[in-house]
Design a protein around this ligand. Sequence first.
Ligand SMILES: NC(=O)c1ccc[n+]([C@@H]2O[C@H](COP(=O)([O-])OP(=O)(O)OC[C@H]3O[C@@H](n4cnc5c(N)ncnc54)[C@H](OP(=O)(O)O)[C@@H]3O)[C@@H](O)[C@H]2O)c1
Length: 337
Amino acid sequence: MKQWQLGSQPGWESLELTERPDPRPGPGEVVVRLRAASLNYRDLLVATMPSRHQPGRVPLSDGAGEVVEVGVGVDCWRVGDRVAGMFFRDWVDGRFEHRYHEAALGGSVDGVLCERMVFPAHALARIPDGFDFAEAATLPCAALTAWSALFERGRLDRGQSVLLLGTGGVSIWGLQFAVAAGAEVIITSSSEAKLERARSMGAAHTINRTAVPEWDEEVRRRTGGRGVDHVLEVGGPGTFGRSLQSLASGGHLALIGVLTGFGPPESSLFPLVSKNADLSGIYVGHAAGFAAMARFIEENRIRPAIDRVFGFGQAREAYAHLAGAGHFGKVAMDFGR
Ligand SMILES: NC(=O)c1ccc[n+]([C@@H]2O[C@H](COP(=O)([O-])OP(=O)(O)OC[C@H]3O[C@@H](n4cnc5c(N)ncnc54)[C@H](OP(=O)(O)O)[C@@H]3O)[C@@H](O)[C@H]2O)c1
């Protein structure tokens, strides 16, 4: 079978296509023929940051496919089942434990940019009915992160307001979930065309963050001075302060992303105190959350926003497209192309 792996130098340009024998399942394991994958900003970090790059690592966390072989003792999966792999292979349910970092697909262990892969039976989830494999491959990281932030940790209620930053994978899944839940969405972007698309998907308010660099003031203005009930904070230190200023008293700020880096916030943390706000660190989610999310997606007939689909042989092009940040929603790969 074929697999892509990170080359000896950091950078997706050095990705290498290699061959290795088909894997076989051990007891309690399942072999999945992967049919599609999607890319996340995290995959750019893994490929390019010298501190994270590991030569030979098979990249990408998000893949979907069909079960082709089950090992001894597996009774929850059958050949032909349509499944997605979990980002944290061993986080099935409950509170996060440090040991789950030891098996983060495409990071601490090999990921899904390969034709066949062995999973422990507990590391798979059924994909929503009617989804093709590329659609299903958008779920394990971006969608589950937005789901965890809004529902597991944020306990989003109908009629509440949600602020989303930019129109990447996490934010657009956040938009779709929030709109389906009856929330009011405010979303920012650097692009008028992307904001128009967000409006067509149900965003009540859009703010061009390039034209309006003080977008937090605009968020407060649009909410009658109150601020929003939830923020999905994907920007990191460069946006945290404005996200906090955008938050209503008693609101929930989900700290998710590092688009502006990993450093400390460029602003005071005190508004968290004065607003009696909740702050959650979100790191994707667990398999039980994935199952609840899949049910919600089916009930609400949600389909992912996929910007572009690349073939299996176009891994470098897919990375370059994501890095260009012109996309809206998700960038996927269909291994049949
Ligand atoms: N903690 C977790 O579990 C978790 C899970 C998934 C992702 N993340 C993190 O969340 C972030 C987003 O991930 P993703 O995969 O959704 O990324 P993505 O699809 O690559 O989205 C990037 C988009 O974000 C917007 N953006 C870029 N810089 C921005 C800034 N300074 N302020 C506001 N918006 C900005 C841009 O949209 P516009 O062109 O529309 O402005 C850009 O296209 C990343 O830092 C990623 O590492 C964390």
